[in-house]
Design a protein around this ligand. Structure first.
Ligand code: NAP
Length: 319
């Protein structure tokens, strides 16, 4: 474990925000949270649970959390903050499992990439005595599993919190926790979140999956040529298209309306460019690319294109 003092979180005040934090799911996001919690001394104890014995074994071996529990119920018992960090499609079942074991006054949050579907799946199971405050850190990589997390994943990234009708003091506390993990916090309603993410993350991932699929099916180009001559455009697509299949299947199944809306608009734009190429309309292409270049510059100026440090991760694949 790196020395937290040598690498403090931006804005962290190094005081526990919650006594006990329970992480359900021990993959990239939960693992990164565990590292960042330790870096900032933000909890007195971190418990954790994952579905498979193998993930629990690895988590225990590398000391990812203080206590790896055999069941989600055991992990959440006595916890002040419970984080659901499982694929979106598993959130409802996990909520049902933990509900009877939650401490009154505890905060339950999640990190799912889709918000309306998670709220619909989780909220009905939770007792009134807990604060349910959905959230989504816009940070990720194409890696997954208990070894993939790292403490700096959330630094200077956004975390969107969906407060709904939750108690404002509980929302403030969770927002402070995310800031201490290194993130900037924004509040949003769930429907708006799902639309924004369909534009900035979900549809781009679908396009990357499609482009890599096209190359795979293109029989005129052998596999070795695709790999040998992959220039940066295709290479970047392959990195995004290497993202976890379970997670992304769930994203598209649960953010269906917004993704289909944006895909429709994308298809219309594609036809505009296709026609311009066919008609030799260089002016249209030049003006179009000039406008898109300005968007790229805006992202860099907003500091949202910083590379994550380890394993050559790009860290720019928020889901
Ligand atoms: P991940 O690395 O694949 O980890 C998922 C974890 O969930 C694994 O530990 C898995 O356990 C566990 N799990 C799955 N089903 C479970 C169940 N029914 N009960 C208990 N544990 C279960 O995934 P991740 O990237 O951390 O993603 C977790 C969540 O964060 C997802 O909702 C995703 O939408 C969201 N998110 C992801 C990114 C990203 O870029 N990756 C970014 C922001 C938000 P096993 O290993 O035993 O299967």
């Amino acid at each position: 474990m790196p020395d937290p003092a040598a690498n403090p979180a931006p804005g962290a005040d190094s005081r526990p925000v919650y006594g006990r934090v329970a992480l359900i799911g021990l993959g990239l996001i939960a693992g990164s949270m565990a590292h960042a919690i330790r870096r900032g001394h933000l909890a007195q104890e971190i418990t954790g649970h994952a579905r498979s014995a193998e993930t629990r074994r690895v988590a225990a071996e590398i000391g990812l959390v203080d206590r790896v529990c055999a069941t989600a119920a055991e992990a959440v018992t006595g916890a002040d903050l419970v984080v659901l960090a499982v694929p979106v499609g598993a959130m409802g079942q996990v909520a049902q499992e933990i509900a009877p074991h939650l401490k009154p006054g505890a905060t339950v949050t999640d990190v799912g990439s889709v918000k309306q579907a998670v709220i619909a799946a989780v909220a009905p199971h939770l007792p009134e005595a807990v604060h349910f405050i959905p959230a989504h850190p816009l940070a990720g990589t194409e890696h997954s599993g208990p070894r993939s997390g790292f403490a700096t994943l959330f630094d200077n990234r956004w975390c969107i919190i969906v407060p709904g009708a939750a108690d404002p003091a509980a929302v403030d506390r969770l927002a402070g926790f995310w800031r201490a993990l290194g993130a900037n916090v924004d509040l949003m309603d769930a429907a708006h979140h799902d639309l924004v993410l369909a534009v900035t993350s979900h549809t781009p991932h679908l396009i990357a999956y499609t482009m890599v699929g096209v190359a795979e099916h293109l029989r005129r180009v052998s596999d070795s040529e695709v790999i040998k001559y992959s220039a940066s455009g295709f290479r970047d697509f392959t990195r995004i298209a290497a993202s976890d299949p379970t997670m992304w299947r769930d994203v598209f199944l649960t953010n269906r309306e917004a993704t289909l809306d944006i895909l429709g608009r994308f298809t219309e734009e594609l036809f505009v460019l296709q026609r311009a190429i066919r008609m030799g309309d260089g002016e249209l292409l030049f003006n179009y690319f000039t406008r898109t270049r300005a968007i790229r510059r805006g992202i860099i100026e907003a500091g949202q294109d910083t590379a994550a440090p380890d394993f050559g991760r790009s860290g720019d694949a928020p889901a």
